[in-house]
Design a protein. Structure first.
Length: 441
């Protein structure tokens, strides 16, 4: 147990109340922990100060983004081991600060705690990394604040996203069909994303000449596919200026500028309905609990009677007491500011409260894990260029959140669902095929 690593291991195990499943390598080159396990590398004393001032996930996140800590070995394995120790211990898991205080009150830990304070150096809280979302202006989920939140996540450079997402430029769960299990090695990410877009078009029953609204259109992939393959006229809205610029160029290059319009516009500002169909793919997570009823009602009002909505949305597991739900600190500060997840049942219920008839729910949780692992592989393969296009900290944010999210989907901590809902007319004729999932009808 000699060296900083040994002392840090002892403190960590006292706080967690269990053996540490990963090795620790400290800045003095000392190591401690199970041989052969992934190694948590603590590069400097500043990492300790971050954890002392913000015990728990936020302190760890800041240390990771700043490069004060790293993982030597397989990142997925390390996160999987740590998840079982920290994030998935159930109701018995103490809050980070309370756990630290209780541990430090025990005599056997107190001496080690003094050593930890000594190892940390000057008792000054380090400034958060520049990549952390700054204090936001405006009320939660107001138009102004939502624009700031979207800009933080999406306006980090189209070239960076192209490295991660690949040629499809689709930033939502792909749909891995039977070819993904073929003996010759699986479909590509681009194939799976094309199949996802086509599945949505078929669920919406798109036909030539219809009018489609894509809410949160990203880089234009959905409206481009729908116009090219199904002959619709489409409007895509986004709050990201960078996305809109990229999407408009793609559409012009495809010769579809006369049939597809891209706007920098909030869904609450759309006044030129009705539409025959609406797609919302990976956008509703930004809406927030307080605004979800408004979101559902707004989309209902924008649809013609008989029109279909396809709501593709990440969901979390339901809680015994929904009031205890708190947004993940790392995600809120570094990834999706103000984003909130809801259980799929709650989403379906609010859509029906707005007047929709929910006709189908398809769970594609495992598909997102596969998609995220592909994105992580793309990022790692182009790491030097990714850090040049943004910052090393930003690239580290994306690598951590995508790898951790892949594990969360695999462990059923979160899911993703496609909810097909219809603005059923008074006659009751929803216009859907009698046989389930025969979407063309």
């Amino acid at each position: 147990m000699a060296g900083a690593a040994g002392r840090l291991t002892k403190i960590a195990e006292e706080v967690l109340g269990a053996p540490l499943p990963v090795r620790i390598r400290a800045w003095d080159r000392s190591e401690s922990g199970p041989p052969g396990a992934p190694t948590l590398v603590i590069r400097n004393r500043r990492a300790l100060r971050r954890l002392l001032f913000k015990p728990g996930e936020l302190g760890l996140a800041r240390a990771w983004v700043a490069g004060d800590i790293d993982v030597d070995g397989d990142l997925y394995t390390a996160l999987d081991l740590l998840a079982g120790m920290i994030w998935e211990r159930g109701d018995a898991a103490p809050k980070p600060r309370a756990a630290v205080l209780r541990a430090l009150a025990r005599p056997e830990v107190r001496a080690g705690a003094k050593e930890l304070l000594s190892l940390a150096g000057l008792p000054v809280p380090p400034a958060p990394p520049a990549e952390e979302a700054r204090p936001r202006r405006g009320a939660l989920h107001s138009l102004l604040r939502d624009r700031q939140a979207i800009s933080h996540h999406y306006d980090v450079g189209n070239d960076f996203y192209a490295l991660v997402l690949g040629p499809s430029m689709v930033y939502s769960c792909a749909y891995w069909g039977p070819t993904a299990e073929a003996a010759d090695g699986a479909a590509t990410l681009e194939d799976a994303q094309r199949d996802k877009l086509d599945l949505i078009c078929r669920k919406l029953g798109l036909k030539e000449g219809q009018r489609l609204l894509d809410v949160g259109c990203g880089w234009g992939s959905m409206v481009l596919h729908a116009a090219r393959e199904y002959g619709v006229r489409a409007v895509g809205v986004t709050l990201s200026q960078e996305q809109a610029t990229y999407a408009r160029k793609r559409i012009a290059d495809a010769g579809l500028a006369d049939r597809v319009e891209i706007r920098v516009q909030d869904y609450r500002e759309i006044t030129d309905g009705p539409f025959d169909a609406i797609s919302s793919i990976g956008m509703a997570e930004h809406v927030g609990r307080a605004r979800y009823a408004e979101y559902a009602s707004a989309l209902y009002a924008l649809l013609k009677p008989g029109g279909r909505l396809l709501n593709h949305q990440i969901a979390r597991r339901p809680l015994a007491d929904e009031e205890t739900y708190r947004v993940d600190e790392f995600i809120d500060r570094y990834v999706f500011p103000d984003g909130e997840l809801a259980p799929v049942g709650q989403t379906a219920g609010q859509l029906e409260d707005a007047g929709f008839e929910v006709r189908d729910v398809e769970v594609i949780r495992e598909h997102y894990a596969l998609t995220l692992r592909q994105w992580v592989a793309n990022l790692e393969a182009h790491w030097a260029e990714a850090t040049r296009l943004t910052t090393p900290g930003r690239a580290r944010v994306w690598r951590l959140y995508m790898a951790a999210s892949a594990l969360s989907f695999e462990r059923n901590r979160i899911g993703v669902n496609q909810v097909l809902a219809v603005r059923t007319p008074d006659s009751g004729a929803a216009g859907l095929p009698l046989r389930a999932r025969d979407w063309r009808g």
